[in-house]
Design a protein. Structure first.
Length: 206
């Protein structure tokens, strides 16, 4: 049976929009991944958004079987979307925390101001203790849930339960703490990522 020209043209147009929509969702997923890379730990919200985008992509792929003239558009759109999304994930993974460093750099002056108000951290501390200054609910562009004092530094909890982890920032003038987990507030040296100067990002399943 031959497809009427009008129906075939309409199907091709629909498939063009469908393919473009799937590619747009792939770009949105890549954007979410880039945004997630600006945090010291994977944000729970990013996981939710990526899941929604994947579900939306599946809905875009469902529907009536396209006419022969449009059958190649749907898989082409899916392939391009996957390339865009996976390429974005690889770019973020290989960036070496560049996105995090760039965003943190724009908030550095605000973090430094909080440290200046609190004063130099003491080394006579066991575990995590009360922060000696005021703990803002937001520092720069980052919401802050808690500020704590550890031996020789400060911890700023930016995310709690970031997909199973706690994550945040640390001010450590003498560098990451030793293997003494009591002194470091339960964090190992390898759980800190340098952000420049005395500042580090950290995340842990603690």
């Amino acid at each position: 049976m031959t497809t009427p020209p009008e129906r075939g043209a309409a199907s091709v147009e629909r498939e063009c929009f469908r393919a473009a929509g799937v590619v747009a969702l792939g770009g949105a997923a890549a954007t979410v991944l880039l945004w997630a890379g600006t945090f010291p730990g994977w944000p729970l919200a990013a996981g939710v958004m990526v899941s929604v985008l994947v579900f939306g992509g599946l809905l875009f792929m469902l529907g009536d079987e396209p006419v022969p003239a449009a059958r190649r558009l749907r898989p082409i759109g899916l392939v391009v979307a996957l390339v865009v999304a996976i390429g974005g994930a690889i770019l973020v993974e290989q960036s070496g925390h560049a996105a995090l460093q760039a965003r943190f750099g724009s908030s550095l002056a605000d973090f430094e101001a909080v440290v200046a108000e609190a004063g130099a951290p003491t080394h006579q501390v066991a575990g995590r203790e009360a922060f000696p200054g005021s703990c803002p609910s937001r520092i720069g562009s980052y919401p802050i849930e808690k500020c704590e004092l550890i031996r020789g530094g400060y911890l700023y909890l930016q995310q709690r339960a970031a997909l199973g982890d706690e994550a945040g920032f640390a001010y450590l003038p003498a560098g990451p703490p030793s293997e003494d987990l009591t002194a470091s507030g339960g964090l190992r040296p390898d759980q800190f990522s340098p952000l420049g100067g005395h500042w580090y990002g950290w995340s842990c399943g603690c």
